[in-house]
Design a protein around this ligand. Structure first.
Ligand SMILES: *Cc1c(COP(=O)(O)O)cnc(C)c1O
Length: 361
C-alpha cells in the first residue's frame, strides 16, 4: 500500500524523546523554548508560541488579537473544519468567501464585498501548501484596518515572494502526524507582534504570566517537552522533506499533465508550494479513488463537504452559495506526495491513473 500520508520518524526522534523521558521533565520546559526559537527563526518571525494543536494555535491567535463576540472574520469554507471553528470558539462569526479555481485559496477579488463594520480579520488558508494571494490580502487588510491571521497549518516552509508563510500576519501551524512535519499532536503561533506573542503565552496557560495570578480567561494549550523534542528533530529535516515533496510533485506533473480529464496542481509565479497535498481535479474523482485503492494506492479528498455545508453550520443558518468551493469539493483528489513516496511509487501511481483512463475510453 502506498499511503496518502506517513510521518517520517527514525532513531533521531526516538533518541530525542528518550532523552526527555530520562530527564524527568516532561511537561512544558526547555525543549519547548528551544523549539519556539528554532521555528521562529525558520519562519522568519520574531516570536513563536508553541501550543498543543493547530486548532489551539488558530484559537489562541484570534484571542490574542482581541477577536470575540460580535466580530466577523472572513475566511475560506474550503478548508478543514478547524479553520472556521476556531473563529466560532471566540464568539466571533466566520464569513465565507469563495475561492480561486486554480489555487483553491481565497479569491482576493471577492473579499472586499464581505467586509462590514463588524469585520475584524481576514483568515486566509494556504491550502495544500500553496500560499494565498498575500499582496492583495495585505492591501485589503491595510485599507480596512483588518488583522491577518494565516492558517498555515498545511504550509510549513511555503514562500510568497521569497518570504515564508506565517510571517505576513500572525500565523498558525499544525504538527499533526499527517502534516509536513510533526510533534505527534501540536501547533505553533508565529508573529512579529510582541504584545500578541505575550498574550498568546498567557492564553496558553490559563491567563497567567506569573504562576497562580490569572489576569484573563485562558486555557491549557501547552505543548509538552516530549512533543517539542520530536519537533526540534523534525524541523532540522523539514527542508529535505519539502524538497522530497516538491520532487515527487514534479514527477507527478510530468507523468499526469497530458492525461485528458485530469487537471494537475498549479504553482503561481512568486510562490513556492510546500505540497502538503498534491491535488488533482477530475470529474470521476470517486471512481478514480476506488480504482487506485484496488491497486494499493491511497488517496484523499480534502474536503468532500465544505464548511458552510456542514450540518451544524447549516443549523446556524449558513446558506451561502459558493460555486467554486462546491465544485472543488466534488472534483478534488489528493495523491501520495509525502517524502516517503519513492520514484518507483510515482511510476506505480501514474501508470495506474493512465490505465484507469484507458479503461474508460
Ligand atoms: C490540520 C489543520 C488544522 C488543525 O490542526 P490540528 O493540529 O489538527 O488541530 C487547521 N487548519 C488546517 C487547514 C489544517 O489542515
Amino acid at each position: 500500500m502506498i499511503p496518502i500520508a506517513k510521518p517520517q520518524l527514525d532513531d533521531g526522534e526516538i533518541q530525542a524523546v528518550t532523552d526527555v523521558l530520562r530527564s524527568g521533565i516532561i511537561a512544558e520546559g526547555q525543549r519547548v523554548a528551544e523549539f519556539e526559537e528554532a521555528f521562529a527563526e525558520y519562519t522568519g518571525t520574531q516570536y513563536a508560541v508553541a501550543v498543543n494543536s493547530g486548532t489551539a494555535a488558530l484559537h489562541a491567535a484570534l484571542l490574542a488579537h482581541g477577536i470575540g463576540k460580535d466580530d466577523e472574520v472572513i475566511t475560506s469554507s474550503f478548508s478543514f473544519i478547524a479553520t472556521a471553528n476556531s473563529i466560532l470558539f471566540t464568539g466571533a462569526k466566520p464569513v465565507f468567501t469563495d475561492i480561486r479555481a486554480d489555487t483553491f485559496n481565497l479569491d482576493e477579488n471577492l473579499i472586499e464585498e464581505k467586509i462590514t463594520p463588524a469585520t475584524k480579520a481576514i483568515m486566509p488558508v494556504h491550502l495544500y501548501g500553496h500560499p494565498a494571494e498575500m499582496d492583495a490580502i495585505k492591501d485589503i487588510a491595510e485599507d480596512h484596518g483588518l488583522i491577518i491571521i494565516e492558517d498555515a497549518c498545511q504550509a510549513h516552509g511555503a514562500t510568497y515572494r521569497g518570504k515564508k508563510v506565517g510571517s505576513f500576519g500572525t500565523g498558525a501551524f499544525s504538527f499533526y502526524p499527517t502534516k509536513n512535519m510533526t510533534t505527534s499532536e501540536g501547533g505553533i503561533i508565529t508573529t512579529n507582534n510582541e504584545e500578541v506573542a505575550a498574550k498568546a503565552r498567557m492564553i496558553r496557560a490559563h491567563g497567567s504570566k506569573q504562576r497562580y495570578l490569572h489576569e484573563m480567561l485562558g486555557y491549557n494549550l501547552r505543548m509538552t517537552d516530549i512533543s517539542a523534542a520530536i519537533g526540534l528533530t523534525q524541523l532540522k529535516k523539514l527542508p529535505d522533506y519539502t524538497s522530497g515533496r516538491q520532487h515527487n510533485a514534479k514527477l507527478l506533473n510530468e507523468k499526469l499533465s497530458d492525461i485528458e480529464g485530469i487537471l494537475c496542481p498549479t504553482v503561481k509565479e512568486n510562490c513556492t508550494h510546500s505540497f502538503h497535498q498534491y491535488t488533482i481535479r477530475t470529474h470521476d474523482r470517486d471512481e478514480l479513488s476506488d480504482y487506485l485503492r484496488t491497486k494499493g494506492i491511497g488517496s484523499g479528498i480534502y474536503y468532500p463537504i465544505p464548511t458552510h455545508r456542514q450540518p451544524f453550520y447549516k443549523e446556524m443558518g449558513y446558506n451561502d452559495s459558493l460555486l467554486v468551493t462546491e465544485k472543488a469539493s466534488r472534483e478534488v483528489l489528493s495523491l501520495p506526495v509525502h517524502p516517503g513516496v519513492t520514484d518507483e511509487d510515482i511510476d506505480t501511481i501514474a501508470n495506474s491513473i493512465i490505465d484507469w483512463g484507458g479503461l474508460k475510453c
